[in-house]
Design a protein around this ligand. Structure first.
Ligand SMILES: [Zn+2]
Length: 250
């Protein structure tokens, strides 16, 4: 694995001479995560996952994008959002550079729900022009492992926002950034069409929390990370096989 931003140009050249040539890029967000988690929560999570995935598959870890399309959380202070078109364009432009450098696949580790459609649009555009494939991973296996480790109910199935799952992840990744004395429990009343249409999240939760962070732990966070890394590696292996991208020598 190479850490792109800390590598030299010859390091990347050497990496590209080996089989595989897979790049792994975390795509994060800067948005409110309640009173106890940092604004960079989604970026920190995507970065930690992408680093572990790059290590697992001997890929190149591309620097994290610290902003995303987070309009749905912009009512509380701190959120800085990109438009959906900008997210698509940033992903597409980076993919083009990697493609001309000789990479064979870009895996995007997406850290925020709002980036999903824009990132998949970039992947679709690459596929339709026959360019280097872009594989967007939206934390495969997260709901499953959340069900296994959580002691508190979801605010909505699979909805992770400043609750037990996200707080556990940051306790595992950057515990110094978690303000445990500020934990708030909030189960917002969700409209009956929640998840069926686009809607702003911010007006639904007064605190910005969707659930209960109190039983979060680093141990749970590490279990969640390990599971999502394993599931991601399986998806990548299937895509590599399908595309005929050979596995790299370990
Ligand atoms: Zn988040």
């Amino acid at each position: 694995m190479i850490d792109y931003s800390r590598s030299t140009s010859p390091d990347v050249g050497e990496f590209l001479e080996t089989d595989g040539r897979v790049a792994v890029m975390p795509f994060g967000a800067l948005e409110q995560h309640g009173p106890h988690l940092p604004l960079s929560t989604d970026t920190l999570q995507a970065e930690a996952l992408a680093a572990a995935i790059a290590e697992h598959i001997t890929g190149a870890l591309i620097p994290a994008i610290p902003y995303g399309n987070t309009w749905s959380n912009d009512a509380l202070p701190g959120t800085i959002s990109l438009s959906a078109d900008t997210v698509t364009a940033v992903c597409a432009d980076i993919a083009l550079s990697l493609e001309s450098a000789g990479f064979s696949l870009l895996v995007v580790v997406n850290g925020d729900f709002g980036n999903r459609l824009p990132l998949h649009r970039a992947a679709e555009a690459a596929a339709s022009r026959g360019g280097m494939p872009i594989l967007v991973l939206d934390y495969p296996g997260l709901t499953e492992i959340g069900d296994a480790v959580k002691e508190t109910p979801w605010a909505a199935p699979g909805l992770c926002h400043a609750e037990e799952v996200e707080t556990s992840l940051i306790l595992a990744i950057a515990p110094e950034l978690v303000h445990r004395e500020r934990y708030v429990v909030e189960y917002p009343e969700l409209p009956p069409d929640f998840g069926l249409r686009q809607m702003a999240l911010a007006p639904l939760s007064h605190s910005g929390v969707f659930g209960d962070p109190r039983s979060a732990s680093a141990e749970k966070g590490n279990r969640i990370l390990a599971h999502v890394v394993e599931e991601s590696a399986q998806v990548i292996a299937a895509v590599r096989t399908s595309l005929g991208i050979t596995q790299q020598q370990q």
